[in-house]
Design a protein around this ligand. Structure first.
Ligand SMILES: Cc1ncc(COP(=O)(O)O)c(C=O)c1O
Length: 400
């Protein structure tokens, strides 16, 4: 068998890798600000920013310097030791959220796994042995490891992987009556995304969250806010649950948290602070000092550059411009926008627009079949936002 690694294209990718990704036909070389460059010198406005990871755009000096400085000192030591960047980042996250304890992991799904374990162990300590049910909402996405996948409602992610984690169940999104039917004294936790990302950018209603809160008071379960996509400033507040005045018991963060390096966190309230004992959970790499140093640089920049305010303003500008396009083109069904988390429902497969935009030098993403998703860097300028709108305008007008 000949193995070709010098030609970087989708055919050789097919030969080398398992077929679990559907990659764009673009070999990338480097990035600068909101732009991503191809190996052949082509340049793209990146409106998906590494699936919501590169919140400061590419090549932010503060992140690059923080990584270089920490890498020169210590790349890895493991959680056998105490490491200053972990302490500093933990302190910052607890101050921002008002929560009580942190566990660091490497990916969103890993944070969800830790939250499932925390939920079950908390329930076991505080209730009957039957109190172990973990619920999530229809159309949600929590990741692809077994526990996270078992909470993820869409069959396209589940087909062929039975049996899933027992004791999980689903509540219809924003359906208060279904919520009332499903939760009980046996419920350990309800996992929610206040703004569903992969599900097509849909927001929970304030009434649903109020009902969830009231049911928690009655049955004493945990509310777990999955802020992996909507958190870290993307909706204009540090976490999307903060728009609702909700007080979750556990919060999962990831994506931009490590400034582009793999880092996730579970934050917990005082209610769960003593659930884990030594050895109950852990990871070799989680809380890596270089990732934490990059994360600190990201969080500092988020506040110093007032990026959440900017996200709100740029998001509003994009919303108005997209509504304008929706008025012109009946192929656009609906615009949903929360800060810089934007979903555009269209009448055909959204993948068509991803391909057309790429040809015109703009990277957008498709989710839930017919939703064009935008997750640009929080540093996006109005000129860049205009470039994206002009590109979509051109595509829709050519399609008429
Ligand atoms: C809301 C949400 N939860 C969990 C995950 C899983 O994160 P990861 O891909 O880092 O495992 C994602 C990823 O897109 C997500 O959007």
């Amino acid at each position: 068998m000949t193995i070709t690694t010098s030609v970087i294209n989708n055919e050789t990718e097919h030969e080398l890798f398992f077929h679990n990704y559907k990659r764009l036909p673009l070999a990338v070389s480097h990035g600068r600000g909101s732009y991503l460059f191809g190996e052949n010198g082509s340049c793209y406005l990146d409106m998906i920013s590494g699936i919501g990871v590169n919140a400061l755009g590419y090549g932010d000096r503060r992140i690059v310097d923080a990584i270089a400085e920490q890498a020169a000192k210590l790349v890895h030591a493991s959680n056998l030791f105490l490491m200053k960047p972990q302490f500093e980042l933990a302190g910052k996250l607890l101050r921002i959220t008002g929560l009580s304890k942190v566990f660091f992991a490497n990916s969103g799904a890993e944070a969800i796994e830790a939250a499932i374990k925390l939920s079950r162990k908390w329930a076991r300590q505080s209730g009957a042995s039957s109190k172990n049910e973990v619920l999530s909402l229809s159309n949600c996405f929590h990741g692809r490891t077994y526990g996270a996948m078992s909470l993820t409602a869409k069959t396209k992610y589940l087909d062929g992987f039975d049996p899933l984690l027992p004791g999980t169940g689903s509540v219809s999104f924003n359906d208060i009556e279904d919520l009332k039917r499903k939760v009980s004294a046996d419920t350990a936790a309800v996992f929610i995304e206040c703004v569903q990302g992969e599900g097509g950018v849909h927001r929970l209603s304030a009434d649903f969250i109020e009902a969830l809160n009231a049911l928690r008071a009655r049955y004493d379960f945990l509310i777990v806010a999955d802020e992996i996509q909507a958190g870290c400033g993307r909706t204009g507040k540090f976490c999307s649950y903060m728009h609702f005045g909700l007080e979750p018991d556990l919060v999962c963060l990831a994506k931009p948290l490590g400034g582009g390096l793999p880092l996730s966190a579970v934050l917990g309230s005082t209610k769960v602070e003593n659930v884990f004992a030594a050895g109950n959970h852990g990871t070799t790499f989680g809380g890596n000092p270089v990732a934490c140093a990059a994360g600190l640089a990201f969080i500092d920049a988020l506040y110093e550059d007032r990026l959440m305010e900017r996200t709100t303003e740029t998001g509003k500008w994009l919303h108005d411009a997209l509504e304008n396009l929706a008025g012109k083109y009946d192929r656009i069904v609906e615009i949903r926008q929360y800060g810089l988390m934007i979903g555009i429902t269209v009448r055909r497969e959204a993948a068509y627009y991803v391909g057309e935009a790429l040809k015109k030098g703009v990277i957008v993403n498709a989710t839930s079949q017919n939703v064009i998703r935008l997750l640009p860097p929080l540093t996006l300028t109005l000129d860049e936002a205009r470039q994206c709108i002009d590109c979509l305008d051109e595509i829709f007008s050519e399609e008429q």
